[in-house]
Design a protein around this ligand. Structure first.
Ligand SMILES: [Zn+2]
Length: 645
């Protein structure tokens, strides 16, 4: 594959509109007095020439002012983004490289076909550290003079984002929009302290060849006046098993506390962008990739003392993250929490270990209905330069309060699952741990793919039977494979719905329950399975209503099996605290929807309310703006010539 980013078109020497120069010229225009009225016929010709010149000057001045006001408007918006923060700060209490990522065992995927796609792929990108001459960048102006925290501003440089020949214009523009929407999602929960810090010296060798930074040049500098981080997206052929790849390219700060300020994002042209729910699927993938740029990179985390390396493996050593881990699992004795120990460079250490963290969006594969855990939020916090609004919605429940045994024992002991996150019956229907997907137990015969399961991950008499390879071959709930749509079995956007008599509702307020409820009049025999029901939380009574068709059943605070005279069968209610937010009636079921709901519920303003506004800001630094700058210079030259005349 072409593993380099094609050159972003530089804004060579046309970067900043010089406000000083422009306003000086306008002053000159204003100082110029109109010529005296002349009645003498001989002077009439001169009079009209002067009048014409003055008229031309006024028109030129008006055009310049319009251009400058337009530019200021863009800058104002960016400033507004930063300023929103100050008021937020008082309102809220403080809760408290470079390699590209990638990939898992592509070879295994090839062999097993039915296994799941990898998220990222670095090996192909040949991202070896490269020393670059970044003198110009190091001399750049400061990124911002503000020292307060504010929603992170992620800019996107689309100069290398070219429409693939086989892609329609509508799909191309859709993906462009999804990239912007994804960048905007971070603003809802992530803040950053804007600082005057120079880019790291090039001799630290923290740059990647694939970032091709020598071609970014002054363009990058323009962006950094408005943004905390710039993403450079591009399409590339990443093969059949890799969805996307991304990694930080350039850093600011001290070498012992580098902060990414630029990163590349590769999107595989082979992805099918026309399936149902592509928008949400792509957003999930890109959200994962951008998180790699922001923080989840093993060497970056090692430098920041968040992880330590042991052999080829990495484990969490940061107390901030360890505390979140202890709290989530209910295990105070954790001292080392290992990251993904399988896969190649870019997967290993660059993702959560699926055995412990399945369902968090930073595991190495595209897990359906993935959510953000409080542990991932803590990872952002542990950098020291990000501050998170804790808007996870408590959706991540894999292993929650299951104690140290969950982390230390084998997932299957004596042929029994140690916890209901694991299973032993192939295809047994289950809800996902986040309760937003209808899934089934994944157990396959690896001998069909010529794969031998490592002895320590063998849980069955048949040593070739195993579960999800990235979860140490533990049998877990995964999505049935259906290639026609994304998120077929989602409670939020799913297309695979049950017959109406089951009373199922698909939507963003719906959650998955194990249920056998059917109307008493139904001729069907009740069998327990996952069903999506709409939920309404009652924070006042610490209970919640589950809507089944046109009726509802109230689930009590402590959960348990519930029935209703209208129905035969029963529903297994989860505890109130596992379904509802403790202090409000918001129902969280899907990660991005949860960010929005909780931010709004909190009165949290993140500056950009719609993607059109975001796009308008982006325009300031794209190619089009160069025309404006050049046009401005041309006008100034015209005015100068007129004065000389
Ligand atoms: Zn990844």
């Amino acid at each position: 594959m072409g593993n380099k980013i094609s050159n972003p078109n530089n804004i060579s020497n046309t970067n900043n509109t010089n406000n000083g120069t422009s306003s000086a010229s306008i002053s000159d225009v204003e100082k110029k007095s109109p010529p005296p009225l002349v009645s003498n016929g001989k002077n009439r010709k001169i009079f009209w020439i002067i009048i014409s010149l003055v008229a031309a000057l006024i028109i030129a001045a008006v055009i310049i002012v319009i251009i400058l006001v337009k530019k200021d408007k863009n800058i104002d918006k960016a400033t507004k983004l930063n300023n929103n923060i100050t008021s937020e700060e008082t309102k809220k209490s403080n809760q408290e490289s470079n390699k590209l990522m990638q990939e898992s065992d592509e070879e295994k995927n090839k062999k097993s076909g039915t296994l799941h796609s990898s998220f990222c792929g670095t090996s192909k990108l040949k991202m070896k550290p490269k020393t670059l001459n970044l003198t110009k960048l190091n001399n750049m102006d400061s990124t911002s003079s503000s020292s307060s925290y504010g929603p992170i501003s992620i800019g996107v440089d689309f100069n290398s984002f070219k429409q693939p020949s086989k892609m329609s214009s509508s799909i191309f523009s859709k993906i462009r929009k999804i990239i912007l929407e994804t960048a905007n999602e971070f603003r809802k929960f992530l803040q950053i302290k804007h600082q005057n810090i120079p880019l790291i010296d090039s001799d630290k060798k923290v740059f990647l060849e694939g970032c091709n930074l020598n071609t970014i040049g002054s363009n990058f500098k323009n962006y950094l006046t408005l943004y905390d981080l710039i993403i450079f997206p591009t399409f590339d052929n990443l093969g059949d098993y890799t969805l996307a790849a991304a990694g930080a390219c350039v850093f600011t700060g001290n070498s012992d506390k580098p902060r990414p300020v630029g990163g590349v994002l590769y999107i595989n042209t082979k992805l099918n962008f026309e399936k149902t729910n592509t928008d949400l699927y792509m957003k999930s993938v890109l959200f994962h990739e951008m998180t790699h740029v922001l923080v989840f990179e093993p060497e970056l985390m090692r430098v920041l003392n968040i992880v330590k390396k042991e052999g080829s493996n990495y484990y969490i050593s940061s107390s901030v993250v360890l505390n979140a881990i202890k709290k989530h699992f209910g295990c105070n004795s954790v001292t080392k929490f290992y990251l993904e120990n399988q896969g190649g460079e870019g997967t290993l250490g660059a993702h959560w270990e699926s055995r412990y963290m399945l369902g968090d969006y930073m595991v190495s594969t595209a897990y359906p209905g993935a959510v953000m855990s409080d542990i991932t939020l803590a990872l952002f916090d542990a950098t020291g330069y990000y501050r998170t609004m804790h808007y996870s919605g408590g959706l991540f429940k894999f292993g929650k309060n299951k104690g140290c045994d969950f982390l230390e024992q084998k997932c299957i002991e004596d042929t029994k699952p140690i916890s209901d996150e694991f299973c032993v019956l192939p295809d047994e229907p289950k809800c996902s741990s986040a309760r937003n997907m209808k899934l089934s137990c994944y157990i396959i015969d690896y001998s069909n793919y010529g794969i031998k399961i490592p002895e320590k991950y063998q849980y069955f008499d048949n040593n070739y039977l195993g579960g999800f390879s990235y979860a140490d071959y533990c049998p877990v709930a995964l999505e049935d494979h259906a290639d026609d749509d994304y998120f077929n079995y989602s409670c939020n956007v799913g297309t695979s719905t049950l017959a109406s008599e089951y009373g199922e509702t698909i939507g963003y307020d719906s959650l998955c329950f194990m249920s056998s409820l059917l109307p008493s009049s139904s001729s069907k025999i009740e069998t327990t399975g996952p069903i999506c029901y709409k939920v309404k939380c009652n924070s006042k009574y610490k209970n919640y209503d589950v809507q089944i068709g046109s009726r509802s059943i109230t689930c009590p605070t402590n959960g348990g099996s519930m029935s209703d005279p209208y129905f035969k069968g029963n529903i297994l209610c989860q505890k109130y605290d596992d379904v509802c937010q403790s202090d409000n009636d918001v129902v969280c079921s899907e990660m991005f929807d949860c960010f929005t709901k909780l931010a709004k519920n909190d009165g949290y303003s993140y500056g950009v309310n719609n993607i059109e506004e975001y796009e308008e800001i982006i325009k300031c630094c794209e190619k089009g703006s160069k025309i404006n700058y050049k046009f401005t210079n041309l006008l100034l030259l015209m005015i100068y010539i007129l004065f000389i005349l």
